[in-house]
Design a protein around this ligand. Sequence first.
Ligand code: A3P
Length: 294
Amino acid sequence: MEKLETRCPLVDLNGIPMLKQVVTHFHRVETFQPFPEDLLISTYPKAGTTWTQEIVDLILHHDDFEKCKRAPIHVRVPFLEMNSADPAFSGTCLLEKMDPPRVIKTHLPLQLIPQSFWDAGCKVIYVARNPKDNAVSYFHFDRMNLVQPDPGSWSQYLDKFMNGEVSWGSWYDHVKGYWKERDKKKILYLFFEDMKEDPGHEVKQIAKFLGYNLSQRMIEEIVQRTTFESMRDNPMANYSDVPENIFNRQASEFMRKGEVGDWENHFSPEQNATFDEHYKKMMADLPIPFRFVI
Ligand code: A3P
């Protein structure tokens, strides 16, 4: 079995900084055979991936929610580019054993999604989160996930985030890449802030995108099962099966806060002013309607 390398430096994959493990096994992504019924859930890391995965799995199993307890979320919805020499810890190996429609997690920026997914006509749910909360969440995740590079101090981390020097690259390029293509491809573009503000509305939208017209009672049930508290206490959704040598829970929790606006507890007034200036410049060509508070 491949030895788990911790706190590895990032390596380049077509201009995107990535975990070495992702790059080493990327040929598996390039040769992966998608089915037209497959669904991609794509996000920049820490934008609400797990939340969306759980919502989608519940929608697909609305006839029997118990089926969503069949396995941890990372087994029910495998991680496309997270592969290793061990088939049990390889997204593509797990996926190859599943029947369509498969739900597939990815953090790949749009330009790295293999053409075969677009040729097959696969649907994509993309979830974006405002960059201030996204950076805070990613910082705490990198403190606890020992596979990720050491984030350093908050201030060092924020610089790296703004410069796109973190795993999966620039937040700006990521959110813009999918935004530009959303009408040309089958991309449902969602926002974490909308999910938080009106989860029922977003669950209904996701269900509709997947071809389901669910009753109001069913939608409310899915909302209840996917609140932050429900998922935090659900061993099949909270990553509690990941061992301590990978997730150091003394540093932070996977299900940390799940809020909009926690950035206000992290950004100093100077950091906030610098960030706002940078954001304005970076988003000038494509103003995506992000909300930093709700
Ligand atoms: P915080 O670190 O701000 O708490 P991902 O799944 O993409 O890794 O995103 C993780 C972030 O989503 C974490 O944010 C986590 O707490 C939050 N999250 C997960 N499930 C959630 C839910 N049901 N409701 C709100 N936030 C949720």
